[in-house]
Structure formats: structure tokens, C-alpha cells
Write a protein that binds this ligand. Structure first.
Ligand code: ADP
Length: 578
């Protein structure tokens, strides 16, 4: 804008000035000329009448003198003509050289009118002349014509001088008006720039900016209106922002993944859960099939589109990891009857599925674990009933087998009960100050005989003095007993060490053996219920497959951590950080 207003105003103004001056010139020239000639005609007619009157009684010899006398007084050329048109005398020219004047328009007019007049170019004088003629009458008889002529050069001079003065006045008026206009334009330009800067600031969100326009006429009102407008704008933007923020918070706090898909199949909106769930780059603006790679989901969208009713299904996605999702899709309407898109809500059921699977596995495992001893007990009992009871030697063997399987069943039921109680929270951890060294000694004494039978050395590494920690005594003893039991059970030769140590300022107790170790690929699974590296060997050794699961539970219930380090063929160390 800068100086555009100024330039435009200047151009318009200059054009108006030029047009005005030209119009005034043309108009004035014609009006003044006409009025001037009119006046001149009248005055010349009067002079002609006076001269005609004065001519009465003038003899033929004195005509030229008369003509010159009259010219002296009126400054007009005087010509006397007889009724036939012959020139009798002239103030300016030699009469004999002059042709017949009866055809001259002013003479013709004078025949019928009191005065005849005409304007004609004089080739002798090289300019226009105004002629005025009338009859000369003596005693009521027409004796000839008198004609007066004045050059029109004076008219042109007068018109030019008048025109010059008028033009000068007009230009001066225009110039003074122009200066005022320039000053006003400049003032308006500055106001407009201020308003424009203000509008620019508002457009950039600077609502606190003020527009000062005191004493600026209508601009003061404009400034007030713009302030009101800015305040209204700020209010409505703030309301919109708050609404958007509220929607954002609601979207964020929805624990399920949410996608808003438009009719072109593009994702328009998503929440954080969706971004985490389908984590492969930004979601908004991408086709939904790229985001949720599931044919079942695509079919569901198609179904909802056709039926215009909500629908749901279960889908599995495997990017970035396998997930089971329950998805519900609802049609979205912004205007009644006009389908605008779809809202899809994905509920992650992976955990539920896993728990379901675990429950199924657990039931299957328990049934399997129970079936073997029950079948054996049933089989041997039937054999005894069928007669073996009287075969003393075998009967005793069978009864021992029945007892072994019953004990196994008993251990299994006890372990299952412990796990169930731990999961139900029936077993609670009551922490008191306990001496770990005491517990280690007690556990050692319990397994000593069993270890001696296998020719295993049991050592303890507890250092000097006692170590007190906050723990549930019985449960800590159970943890250690299960770990030492496993170590003794799986180690064929060498030693089992129970000890206390520290790592990174954290104390822990451990059980280390020189047994077969656990293959690395199974390390993460050891501790799952009924998981064994070698199931038949574990059963053979009287294991239930629940020992480490119970340990894991108890460690977690104490708020501790457990770590299993093992190397195949070299041994296993289980550490419990308290
Ligand atoms: P189990 O009754 O079979 O001992 P656990 O839950 O105590 O059941 O142990 C699960 C599996 O972990 C065992 O079957 C065995 O394969 C492996 N395991 C546990 N402790 C040791 C160990 N000290 N040495 C080698 N393998 C072990």
C-alpha cells in the first residue's frame, strides 16, 4: 500500500484538473465570444444608426471626409453605399477600386431589417470583421446604405486575456486544494497503514496489541470497532481452543485405540493409544488399510458402510507384535442422513487371550500331572485285588509304588494349593526382622541327609556374623528350600553352595550348584507353571514342575527380584535380591 493511495489520488486529481481546465476553456471561449459579439453588434448597430443620422445633408464631395471623421470617433471603418450597391465613400480604401456591394449579406439584411450585420474574413486585413449596415433615408426616401465595420482581433485578445486569468485562478484554486488534499491523503494513508498493521497483528494472534486513533475522525470509530472485533475473535478462538483441548484430553484419556476415518478411507484423527498400537509412523492422513493391516477390519468397514449400523469383530495384527483386538466400528454423521465417516475403537484383548490360554494350559497340565499317579494307583490297586495281594513279595512292591504315587499326588496338591493361596492372596507376607544366616543353616540341615545320599557337598558362604533383613521367615525359608531342593535334585556330582553377597550396593542370597545347567533358550520360561527342561527326568526325581513358580510368587510378594544365571554343563546360580 505504502504510497499507492497517494499516487492514485494524485493521478485522479491531475486528470480532474486537466479535464476541468479544458472544459472551462472551451466553454468560456464560446460563451464569452458569443456575448462579446452580441454586445459589439448592438453597440455597432447604435453607432451605425447615429452615423446614418449624421450623414443626412452631407454632399457627395464630402463623403470620404465624413467617413474618416466618423472612423476617428468610433474607430470603425465607415463605408457609404448607394442603393444600387456602388460605393460612394470609404474611410479606409480607395473608392474606385471597390466592387459593387449590393450582394453583401449585411446590405441584403438592411434592405428588410432596420439593421443588417455579418461577420466575414477580410482578405485585405487578414482577420475577421464585424459589419453593421443600415439604410440612409432623406425625407423618408431611401438614398443608400451606411456600413460600419470593426475588426474582431480585439475580441480574441480580450478572450485570451480573460481565459488566462480564469485558468490561473482555477489552477491556483486547484493547487491550494491539492495541498490540502495531499496532506489529508497522507494522514489517511498513515491511518490506513496503522489499521493494516493492526489487522496483521490480529491475524498473527497478537490480540493484546492496541490501535491508537485519537482525533482521527471516522478512524477513531473504526479503531473502536476493530478492538471489539479483536476481543470477540480472541474469545471465540479461545473457546474453540478450549473445545479442541477438551476433545484432545478426552481422546487421550480413552484407554482404547481410536481412529476417525473419513469417506475416502483416510484416517483423520487418532489418539495416543492408536499411535502406540499401530506404531509405524504418523497415522493421520494415511489410508486406514495401511494403518490397520487386517482384511477383517476392511470387511467390517464395508459392512458398516452398507448397513449404516455399528458392527464389531475380532482382528489380529502382527505389526509390530502380535496383538488380538476387539474392534467396534460406528458410522459417523455430522449432518442428519449424510454419512461422513467411521469411528473405530480397538480394545486390546491380547492379555485376556493369553490368560485364557494359560488357564486352558493349566487345566490341561494339572489333569495330565494327576492322571499319571491316579492311573498307577488305580492299576496297582486293581492288580492287588485281582490276586496279587496274596503274592507277598510283589504285593509289598506294589503297595510301595502306590505309596510313592500317593506322595507325589500329595506334593502336587500341596504345591497347587500353595500357588492357589498365593494367587488368591490367602497367604500373606508378614515381614519381621529375620536372620538370613539362621535360615540358611536350617535349610542346609534339612537337605543334608538327602545330599549326603548323592555324595554331594553342601557348603555355605555367609561370611562372619549375622545378616538381618526384613522378611517373612517361613516364606523365605520356603524360597531357599525350593532352590536348594532343585540344586540337590538336578546335580549328580560336585557341590551346592548357599551364600550371601552384594552387587551394586544390593544384597542378595543365592544357591549355586555344579549341575547340568539350563539351556539358554529355556531360561526365560523356567518359573512358568509346569515348565520343565526335561519333564520325565523331573517327574522321576519327584518334581511337580511348580517349585520355581512358587519361588517366583514368594519373591514378588516380598517385593524382591530374582535372577537365574546358568551355563549348560557347568551349573546354575539362582540369586534373590532383597
Ligand atoms: P521341578 O519340580 O521340575 O523341579 P521347578 O519349577 O522347581 O520344577 O523347576 C522347573 C524346571 O527348571 C525343572 O524341571 C528343571 O528343568 C529346571 N531347573 C530348576 N532348577 C534347576 C537347577 N538347579 N539345575 C538345572 N535345572 C533346573
Amino acid at each position: 500500500m505504502k504510497r499507492r493511495i497517494f499516487r492514485r489520488t494524485f493521478i485522479i486529481y491531475a486528470a480532474v484538473l486537466i479535464i476541468s481546465v479544458s472544459v472551462i476553456n472551451v466553454y468560456l471561449s464560446s460563451v464569452i465570444r458569443n456575448s462579446y459579439i452580441d454586445n459589439l453588434k448592438k453597440s455597432l448597430a447604435i453607432q451605425t444608426s447615429v452615423a446614418a443620422y449624421a450623414f443626412q445633408g452631407i454632399s457627395d464631395i464630402n463623403i470620404d471626409t465624413f467617413c474618416r471623421d466618423i472612423k476617428e470617433k468610433t474607430l470603425a471603418r465607415v463605408t457609404i453605399i448607394d442603393t444600387g450597391g456602388r460605393v460612394l465613400g470609404d474611410s479606409d480604401q480607395d473608392v474606385p477600386t471597390m466592387d459593387n456591394h449590393s450582394g453583401r449579406p449585411e446590405i441584403q439584411q438592411a434592405l428588410t431589417a432596420p439593421v443588417g450585420s455579418a461577420i466575414r474574413f477580410s482578405s485585405t486585413l487578414q482577420h475577421d470583421l464585424l459589419y453593421s449596415a443600415r439604410k440612409i433615408e432623406e425625407h423618408g426616401k431611401h438614398t443608400g446604405f451606411i456600413r460600419l465595420a470593426v475588426p474582431l482581433t480585439r475580441i480574441n485578445k480580450s478572450i485570451n486575456s480573460l481565459r488566462l486569468r480564469i485558468n490561473l485562478t482555477v489552477i491556483l484554486a486547484f493547487l491550494s486544494f491539492g495541498i490540502i488534499l495531499i496532506w489529508q491523503t497522507e494522514r489517511i494513508r498513515k491511518f490506513v497503514i496503522r489499521v493494516s498493521d493492526y489487522a496483521d497483528a490480529i491475524a498473527h494472534g497478537l490480540f493484546r496489541k492496541k490501535l491508537y486513533m485519537e482525533g482521527a475522525g471516522e478512524f477513531t470509530e473504526l479503531a473502536r470497532n476493530m478492538h471489539n472485533m479483536a476481543a470477540e475473535l480472541e474469545k471465540s478462538i479461545r473457546t474453540k481452543d478450549e473445545e479442541a483441548e477438551r476433545l484432545n484430553v478426552i481422546l487421550k484419556s480413552i484407554p482404547d485405540a481410536l481412529l476417525l476415518i473419513n469417506m475416502h478411507g483416510t484416517v483423520e484423527l487418532s489418539n495416543n493409544t492408536a499411535r502406540d498400537l499401530f506404531a509405524h509412523g504418523p497415522i493421520e492422513g494415511r489410508p486406514f488399510l495401511e494403518v490397520v493391516r487386517s482384511p477383517a477390519f476392511m470387511h467390517l468397514i464395508d459392512e458398516v458402510k452398507q448397513a449404516r449400523m455399528s458392527g464389531s469383530t475380532e482382528i489380529v495384527i502382527d505389526v509390530p507384535e502380535e496383538k488380538y483386538l476387539f474392534v467396534r466400528v460406528s458410522p459417523l454423521y455430522y449432518q442428519v442422513g449424510e454419512l461422513a465417516g467411521f469411528i473405530a475403537i480397538f480394545h486390546d484383548t491380547t492379555q485376556m487371550k493369553k490368560l485364557e490360554q494359560m488357564r486352558k494350559d493349566f487345566v490341561a497340565n494339572v489333569s495330565h500331572e494327576i492322571k499319571t499317579p491316579v492311573t498307577a494307583i488305580q492299576g496297582f490297586a486293581e492288580t492287588l485285588i485281582d490276586g496279587a495281594l496274596y503274592d507277598r513279595e510283589n504285593a509289598e512292591k506294589f503297595l510301595h509304588t502306590i505309596k510313592d504315587h500317593s506322595s507325589r499326588l500329595n506334593r502336587l496338591l500341596e504345591d497347587l494349593l500353595t500357588i492357589s493361596r498365593l494367587e488368591l492372596g490367602v497367604i500373606s507376607i508378614v515381614k519381621t526382622e529375620v536372620n538370613l544366616v539362621d535360615i540358611i543353616e536350617s535349610v542346609m540341615n534339612t537337605v543334608l541327609i538327602h545330599a549326603a545320599k548323592k555324595d554331594l557337598r553342601i557348603t555355605k558362604n555367609t561370611g562372619q556374623g549375622n545378616v538381618f533383613i526384613n522378611a517373612d521367615r517361613d516364606r523365605t525359608e520356603q524360597i531357599l528350600l525350593n532352590l536348594v531342593d532343585n540344586a540337590v535334585k538336578f546335580t549328580e556330582k560336585g557341590e551346592v553352595e548357599i551364600g550371601l553377597s552384594q552387587e551394586g550396593g544390593k544384597g542378595f542370597f543365592y544357591v549355586r550348584d555344579s549341575g547340568p545347567g539350563i539351556p539358554e533358550k529355556y531360561l526365560s520360561r523356567v518359573g512358568e507353571r509346569f515348565f520343565r527342561v526335561d519333564p520325565s527326568r523331573s517327574r522321576e526325581l519327584g518334581g511337580t514342575g511348580l517349585g520355581l513358580a512358587i519361588v517366583k510368587h514368594l519373591v514378588r510378594a516380598h517385593g524382591w527380584d530374582m535372577k537365574i544365571e546358568s551355563e549348560e554343563g557347568r551349573g546354575t546360580t539362582v540369586k534373590v535380591y532383597y
